[in-house]
Structures are given as structure tokens and as C-alpha cells.
Design a protein around this ligand. Structure first.
Ligand code: GRF
Length: 205
């Protein structure tokens, strides 16, 4: 299967996918990364793709007249690589109608909280502010809400007392360790086995 991965930051989730595919082999893993896209330049996520010899592209909102035009351009750039699955791995933009019309049902996101708790851009900070004693990560399909699509898999991480002292930096690192393994596992299983989305339920065959 062909994967396009979208990133906005450090790209450690992308790196986990690249490493797994390099170690296991694309055939055995079930998928290869054919391109990496970003909404900004100069990020480590793009550098990781370049070091791995993967094609990259950047579509910045500010280069387009409207958000809709940006969304259509992003969708077009992704479509050019004919992906079977698109993975949002720390991609910090909400895609629009055009993107979802083309990739809905095969667009996977990873979020650093146990959805439906703490959606949005500050999942780790919000879980701490609420005083949650467990949090974690959620890999889910993207729909037209913010972090509301059908859940594929979740991982649990315990909150420690000392997590209140660094605004969740260490907690986010522990979440990301679980998240990287979960994403690699889920994407591989979706690619190898195929899946159905039955309402809220995702069935991996
Ligand atoms: C992940 O925790 C992701 O869920 C969140 O941002 C982080 C991205 O990390 N939205 P990276 O860029 O893959 O290192």
C-alpha cells in the first residue's frame, strides 16, 4: 500500500514509520511511504523524510487566498502520489471539505489524549489541567470534526505527580513513546489486512 504522511513538527512518529519499514521491509510491513507533506518549511519532520530519500512537499496556508484554496491544493498534492492511506502524524492543521471528500475513510490521525477526552491542539496540557490520572493516545480516522472520527486504537499512560511541575513535557514524551508504537502497529494492520468502518466501529479484517 502507498502512504502519504503529513507532518508539522519534529516528525518522530514519521521516523518510527520510516524505521519500521526500513527494518521489516515494505512488502512484509504492508506499506511504503511515497511522500511526506507539511504545512510549513524548515521542520525536522521534512528533514527526516529527506534523509530517508522520500519526496516532500510543503503547502502553506499563507500562500493561498483562502483556506478552501489551501485545502484543495493540499488535497491535489496528496492525490498526485496516489495514496491508499494518508497519515496525519503531528500535522497541526484541520483539513477542509475537499480534502475529506477525497480522502475520508482513509485518513488516519494520531492524537495525544484518550478521545473523546481532550480533543484539539493541547491534549496533553488539557488532561493535566483537568487533573486526569490516566491519559494516553488515540489513533483514529479523521471526519469533519476536531478529533471526533472513528477510533481505531488507544494506548494508556499514567499521569505522575511530578508531571504537574513541567507543564506536561515529560508526560508528552511518555505518551509519544506509546503513540509511535501504536501508530506503527495500526498503520501496518490497516495496510496488510484491510478494514471496514461500521458507523463508529472500525473492524480490521
Ligand atoms: C504527537 O504527540 C501528536 O499526536 C501531536 O503532536 C505530536 C507530534 O510529534 N499532535 P512528532 O512530530 O511525530 O514528533
Amino acid at each position: 500500500k502507498r502512504l502519504v504522511v503529513l507532518v508539522s513538527g519534529s516528525g518522530t512518529n514519521l521516523q518510527a514509520l520510516l524505521d519500521e519499514i526500513a527494518t521489516t521491509g515494505a512488502e512484509a510491513y504492508g506499506a511504503e511511504i511515497v511522500a511526506v507533506g507539511a504545512d510549513r518549511d524548515g521542520i525536522e519532520g521534512l528533514a527526516r523524510a529527506e534523509r530517508a530519500g522520500v519526496t516532500t512537499f510543503v503547502r502553506r496556508v499563507k500562500d493561498y487566498g483562502t483556506r478552501e484554496e489551501w485545502d484543495a491544493a493540499l488535497a491535489e498534492s496528496v492525490a498526485a502520489h496516489e495514496p491508499d492511506l494518508v497519515v496525519s502524524a503531528g500535522f497541526m492543521k484541520i483539513v477542509g471539505k475537499e480534502f475529506l471528500a477525497r480522502f475520508g475513510g482513509r485518513f488516519v490521525n494520531t492524537h495525544p489524549a484518550l478521545l473523546p477526552s481532550f480533543p484539539g491542539a493541547h491534549g496533553v496540557r488539557d488532561a493535566l489541567a483537568y487533573g486526569a490520572r490516566v491519559t494516553g493516545c488515540t489513533v483514529h480516522f479523521v471526519d469533519d470534526g476536531v478529533d471526533t472520527g472513528p477510533i481505531i486504537a488507544q494506548g494508556v499512560v499514567e499521569v505522575r505527580d511530578e508531571d504537574y511541575e513541567d507543564e506536561g513535557v515529560a508526560l508528552h514524551e511518555r505518551i509519544k513513546e506509546v503513540e509511535r508504537r501504536l501508530l506503527v502497529d495500526v498503520v501496518g494492520r490497516l495496510a496488510r489486512n484491510g478494514y471496514r468502518i461500521e458507523g463508529r466501529k472500525v473492524v480490521i479484517q
